[in-house]
Design a protein around this ligand. Structure first.
Ligand code: MG
Length: 314
């Protein structure tokens, strides 16, 4: 099997990752990993079908942090450095005051217009205190990543929760909205559409359906000027992060793709299996942690997460 490696497509990619150290496998033995987030000097990530949140440090390796995560998926940090988590089982977005304590949660959103959410997938915090998340049906359309149920909302929306707790539907025309991130100046929002993968019970990829990243202009809770930023292949974009200079790092079937500000592919972190998500972390905020099928990898980079630079932390 081909080993993990880096692929430079455009010289812009030079120096972004430490090519002398290929992607390093740091955790294995899960079923499907997502939601990497660096918090309190350790990496947290979810093993969704096993309903558990894991934690990892260089010394101790991977251990179970929460034995019942209720099929939690995407994680990110809020403005205070606490973990925001998308919970398929509870069909809600929560804040974890203590990631080791399943009871230490605040509910950010569980309904829109009186109807239960589908299964929040990924979440991001804006520096104005709003919290943005996507709500595809992957946690209700099979029993692999949640509890089968009908959608009460009847669509797969992107939502914004303003600091007063109001849940706004900000985009309603996605097939299956997934990862999302703001540009470094927060004036644009990038949202992945992974519609080409219907869910865990529907194997395969239908390339006639969306497998792209859209970008919007942001004004308050209003999104405008929607355009397709990049079509991602092979596979679909799931999670994505944007670095301090506006380069977009997205998951794909073959690892992580790095896209320039105009959407061109400039390099890849090639991994041998479908990849779901990534984050920047470590003591310097420049280590990339990548969840990829049943595994987690790390890559030393020279990049930092735009969102964390803006908030003055890793
Ligand atoms: Mg996702």
């Amino acid at each position: 099997m081909t080993a993990p490696h880096f692929i430079t497509v455009d010289p812009q990619f030079d120096g972004f990752v430490d090519t002398s150290h290929p992607p390093e496998l740091i955790a294995d033995g899960c079923i499907w990993t997502e939601g990497p987030v660096w918090h309190g000097g350790q990496l947290f990530f979810n093993d969704i079908p096993n309903k558990r949140m894991m934690r990892w440090t260089d010394g101790a390796g991977a251990q179970v942090a929460l034995p019942n995560s209720e099929f939690a998926n995407g994680n990110t940090l809020d403005l205070n450095g606490q973990i925001l988590s998308c919970e398929h089982g509870g069909r809600r977005v929560i804040r974890r005051a203590d990631p080791m304590d399943p009871e230490a949660v605040d509910v950010i959103a569980d309904r829109f217009d009186g109807k239960r959410l589908n299964s929040p997938n990924d979440v991001v915090a804006r520096s104005d205190g709003s919290i943005w998340f996507t709500d595809p049906p992957y946690g209700i359309n099979s029993d692999v990543e949640g509890y089968p149920a009908d959608s009460e909302i009847g669509g797969n929306y992107v939502f914004c929760v303003t600091p007063d707790g109001t849940v706004h539907d900000v985009a309603t025309d996605f097939d299956k909205p997934n990862g999302l991130a703001f540009s470094p100046d927060e004036r644009r929002l990038y949202v992945a559409d992974s519609g080409a993968i219907k869910g865990a019970s529907f194997p395969g990829i239908d390339y006639s359906l969306p497998h792209h990243i859209r970008v919007f202009d942001v004004d308050g809770v209003t999104l405008s000027n929607s355009r397709v930023f990049a079509v991602v292949a092979p596979g679909v974009p799931d999670g994505l992060r944007i670095d301090h200079e506006g380069y977009v790092w997205t998951s794909a079937l073959d690892g992580v793709h790095c896209l320039s500000a105009d959407g061109a592919l400039i390099g890849k972190i090639w991994l041998p299996q479908q990849t779901s998500n990534l984050c920047f972390g470590g003591s310097d905020g420049q280590t990339m942690f990548i969840t990829s099928s049943d595994k987690v990898y790390r890559v030393e980079s020279t990049r930092r997460d735009a969102a964390q630079v803006l908030k003055g932390s890793n």
